[in-house]
Ligand binder design. Structure first.
Ligand SMILES: Cc1cc2nc3c(=O)[nH]c(=O)nc-3n(C[C@H](O)[C@H](O)[C@H](O)COP(=O)(O)OP(=O)(O)OC[C@H]3O[C@@H](n4cnc5c(N)ncnc54)[C@H](O)[C@@H]3O)c2cc1C
Length: 308
């Protein structure tokens, strides 16, 4: 096993790399494990990141990785498959490729997985014209015929209606397909007030070829649409946090303070793994905030202010 790192960062997306940049510039010995597959990889362009609007997701991470590595951060192309607190200020992280890393502090920035509706056409066009975030891609499909898919997935229902209420800001042709999801009278009134049409009927799938063509209903109707918004179920990639014994709230998200510090001493979380609403810029900000808190914690430990 290697010499102990000050900090091992699990996950090299926007949150993890941003934390690595801050810690490496603070002259900490830091390693980042993983990072090949950010959540927004299916999208050609990233939007809403001031000064980087429209940049391909992979390019942002390549630049971030080069910046962090330029200050001495070690980038390790592997995955953490298990983690354990092996001492007061000593964590062991086992790697999928074999071997292990030791660290005085751990920052978990492993993001989340989007569980998509199981319908033909959804996965093929995900991130292109099957979308979930108007702030990311609404502008790119402005003034187009837009649909919003409802569905029975737990946790996704309220978000589907919310999406349909948001979208008239981008297009005056928005249809909500409740699919198998019951709509309350309140939902219908709100959708009507926002000018969203409701088209009842079970959805069989999306018609796609080289792009999205429309929605196919189980009764044979076909409704042309060039963009569809869906509400995935968000699942945190939290196996490392679970292994380390972190606490989770009733909705299944890890409990942290405002800096991302979990209830387990020495363990922080940042980005989508702890906040499903984080955009790239806020995930990066959370990584930076956590890194500054971690460095402060190490300084206090080194000063003997408390034993960890
Ligand atoms: C289709 C789509 C388009 C989007 N478009 C935009 C947009 O335009 N603008 C915007 O602001 N946001 C957008 N988002 C949201 C954006 O993807 C997230 O805000 C952002 O990726 C969160 O960053 P993160 O660092 O928390 O997680 P991620 O970027 O997901 O990075 C987490 C990293 O951790 C790695 N990892 C996971 N488990 C392990 C492990 N055990 N060991 C090692 N590594 C691990 C993953 O492979 C990944 O590389 C979009 C999301 C989707 C799904």
């Amino acid at each position: 096993m290697s010499e102990t790192y000050d900090v091992v960062i699990v996950g090299g997306g926007a949150a993890g790399l941003s934390g690595a940049l801050v810690l490496a510039r603070a002259r900490r010995r830091v390693a980042v494990v993983g990072g090949g597959a950010p959540r927004n990889a299916p999208a050609e362009h990233m939007h809403g990141f001031l000064s980087r609007d429209g940049m391909p997701p992979a390019e942002l991470l390549a630049r971030g990785a080069a910046e962090a590595a330029g200050y001495g951060a070690e980038l390790i192309d592997d995955v953490v498959i298990d983690a354990e607190r092996t001492g007061e200020s000593d964590y062991t992280l086992r790697l999928g490729g074999g071997g292990a890393l030791r660290a005085r502090r751990v920052l978990v920035a492993t993001g989340l997985r989007d569980e998509l509706p199981q319908l033909p056409g959804v996965r093929e066009r995900w991130g292109r014209d099957v979308l979930h975030c108007p702030y990311c891609h609404g502008y790119e499909v402005r003034d187009q015929p837009i649909g919003v898919l409802g569905g029975p997935e737990p946790g996704a229902r309220a978000r589907a209606v919310h999406l349909a209420l948001l979208l008239p800001q981008w297009s005056d042709d928005v249809i909500f397909f409740p699919n198998t999801m019951p709509l309350s009278d309140g939902d219908r009134a709100h959708l009507d007030a926002r000018g969203v049409r409701v088209l009842e009927g079970e959805v069989a799938g999306f018609a796609v070829d080289d792009r999205l063509r429309g929605v196919e209903l189980a009764d044979g109707r076909a409704v042309p649409r060039t963009a569809m918004f869906v509400a995935p179920t968000f699942r945190a990639n939290d196996a490392v946090l679970v292994a380390l014994g972190c606490a989770f709230d009733d909705n299944g998200w890890v409990v942290t303070d405002a800096t991302g510090r979990t209830g387990v001493p020495g363990v922080w979380a940042a980005g989508n793994v702890s906040n499903p609403a984080a955009q790239v810029i806020s995930a990066a900000g959370a990584g930076s905030t956590a890194a500054i808190a971690i460095n402060g914690d190490l300084v206090l430990a080194d000063a003997g202010a408390f034993a960890r």
